[in-house]
Design a protein around this ligand. Structure first.
Ligand SMILES: Cc1ncc(COP(=O)(O)O)c(C=O)c1O
Length: 542
């Protein structure tokens, strides 16, 4: 954290122009409470930071000096399952350019961060919400997803038409699904520069089909990161193949190419890099390792639709790519998924897998009812396809809005010690499915759990850890899947095999999910104000 300049911002905070003279308005409210620091919210709701008149308005340092430390009712911190806070020093700062660096170097606040600091000054006059002070944020963040008029109309058209799913495998124009599904596939494929796109009812289903389509045999190994959603790995088990976990890189939180190479055995057949949180994985390096060892590459793009790597959208960098349209995603249809590929045989197998294994022959041929391979019902309905087509048109602007909000929050948090903002990588576009921060407990002097408690009490939705590395679940610890019965290899799921993922989960990772439209920059200011407030009061939390 050495290249930050906390003094610049702290100087601002320690001499805030409170009161009428200083620009932060205050006036008498009801019940003799001084309403101070009225901030206009994007949604028209003023937030009032209340300070009792009997309390002198002064800088934080003075206000709490000599006072009893805040010891709320909760049990004394510590990390889940551990006694004390580990020192957990963060890795060195990334070599990559960060927005915060640029601003700190200039020594001035950029215009769009000024309001954040106004809010911070206002918030700092009060005690922590955890200690009985006013919350930084009293209203909920705006809900996601937003269903617009276009989506409403598109779904009603499906109802009016009365064909909700035409996957009945009878010969004719709809052999491969309804017309919206085929249009959605075509548009999604073109958007990615892929020859084929196959729609599914989830990314999990599409991942399962991808494993089969890539020719992985039961008993073979598929290498995956452990720091991801469960189905990145269970898609292998569904096919009788065995997930082998390789650690993630501390910069990107995605699969580490060196860790990948280290776990490759003669049984390894494929790798599934995940573009985690919206950030593309280190694809060049991963592809080099994959090529050297003849591994198929299935990109898990569930969290990163339209993120780019060196100018190419993720999903077409490997043999195939899989997307999720589940309700929280950047492009959402409630549930849904898509597989994209330039490989005709993967596309063909994927269509069979999604449709009971019945031959996806050309339209016009007679239905055979003959199952060619083992298949499932992984079909998307016309509703999701209708929503997906609307959402795809909005995706670039939605992602840009996420990027603007993320840049704003990064600037507003710039200079704050003990927090690493997401690095911007040259040539890559991050689409911020969530906004990740790294927490350094040794700088804050309080365990992450305590920090989360304090920021959460300020009214900010924030979480820590993300998933426990997948191999630590009972599914792997006790090998509770049929696939393990026939497996003759020596995969390890022991604690400690992926130390970076374990540390991220246990000690350093923080996630904020509301850095997305319809939230506004004012909302980001509230997040920054709450975190700065906790920073200034951190000694009361020990
Ligand atoms: C990285 C990753 N892969 C796969 C999935 C599975 O997506 P779905 O819920 O569409 O099956 C998710 C869902 O959150 C995910 O985050």
């Amino acid at each position: 954290m050495g290249d930050r300049s906390p003094r610049r911002v702290r100087g601002t905070l320690r001499h805030p122009p409170h009161g009428p003279k200083g620009g932060v308005p205050h006036h008498r409210g009801r019940q003799g409470v001084l309403e101070q620091g009225i901030r206009h919210r994007g949604h028209g709701t003023p937030l009032l930071l209340r300070v009792r008149p009997s309390q002198p308005q002064q800088g934080l340092a003075g206000r709490h000096r000599g006072k009893r430390r805040c010891r709320p009712r909760v049990s004394q911190g510590g990390f889940p399952g551990r006694g004390t806070a580990p020192p957990g020093a963060l890795p060195k700062q990334p070599v990559l350019r960060r927005v915060a660096d640029v601003d700190t170097a200039r020594g001035v606040l950029p215009d769009d961060a000024r309001r954040a600091h106004e809010a911070i000054r206002a918030g700092l006059v009060s005690a922590l919400a955890l200690c009985g002070g006013p919350k930084t944020r009293r209203v909920l963040f705006p809900p996601y997803p937003v269903i617009g008029e276009a989506e409403r109309r598109a779904v009603l058209e499906v109802l009016d038409e009365g064909r909700l799913s035409t996957f009945i495998a009878s010969p004719g124009a709809q052999f491969l699904g309804g017309h919206r599904i085929r249009q959605f596939e075509q548009e999604f494929g073109e958007f990615h520069g892929a020859r084929f796109a196959v729609a599914f009812n989830s990314a999990t289903a599409a991942l399962h089909a991808a494993v089969i389509g890539c020719g992985i045999a039961p008993g073979e190994e598929v290498i995956v990161p452990p720091y991801t959603f469960t189905s990145t790995a269970t898609c292998a088990l569904m096919h009788g193949a065995i997930p082998v976990f390789a650690d993630v890189d501390e910069e990107t939180f995605c699969l580490d190419p060196k860790a990948l190479e280290a776990v490759i055995s003669p049984r390894a057949r494929a790798v599934i890099p995940v573009h985690l949180f919206g950030q593309p994985a280190l694809m060049d390096e991963l592809q080099q390792v994959a090529r050297r060892h003849r591994l198929r590459v299935i990109e898990d793009c569930a969290q990163a639709p339209a993120a780019t790597y060196k100018g190419t959208r993720v999903g077409v960098l490997g043999d195939c790519g899989v997307f999720s349209f589940q309700e929280t995603k950047n492009l959402m249809t409630g549930e849904g998924g898509m597989l994209v590929t330039n490989d005709a045989s993967i596309a063909e197998i994927a269509r069979l897998v999604r449709n009971h294994g019945e031959a996806a022959v050309s339209p016009g041929e007679a239905r055979s009812y003959k199952a060619e391979i083992l298949g499932w019902n992984y079909r998307m309905t016309e509703f999701e396809a209708a929503l997906g087509r609307c959402q795809l048109r909005q995706l670039p602007e939605q992602n840009r809005a996420r990027q603007r909000l993320a840049a704003h929050l990064t600037r507003a948090l710039g200079g704050l010690p003990g927090l690493r903002v997401p690095p911007l990588r040259e040539g890559c576009e991050h689409v911020y499915y969530v906004y990740p921060l790294l927490y350094d407990a040794s700088v804050w002097g309080i365990p992450r759990a305590r920090f989360l408690e304090a920021v959460g009490a300020e009214g900010i939705p924030i979480s820590g850890g993300y998933v426990k590395p997948l191999y630590l679940s009972p599914l792997y610890q006790e090998r509770r899947a049929w696939a393990f019965r026939a497996y003759r290899g020596d995969v390890s799921y022991a604690e400690g095999i992926c130390p970076v993922a374990e540390r991220l989960h246990r000690e350093t990772m923080l996630l904020i999910a509301v850095v997305r439209p319809p939230a506004t920059e004012d909302d980001m200011d509230d997040i920054a104000a709450a975190i700065w407030k906790v920073w200034e009061h951190r000694k009361e939390l020990t």
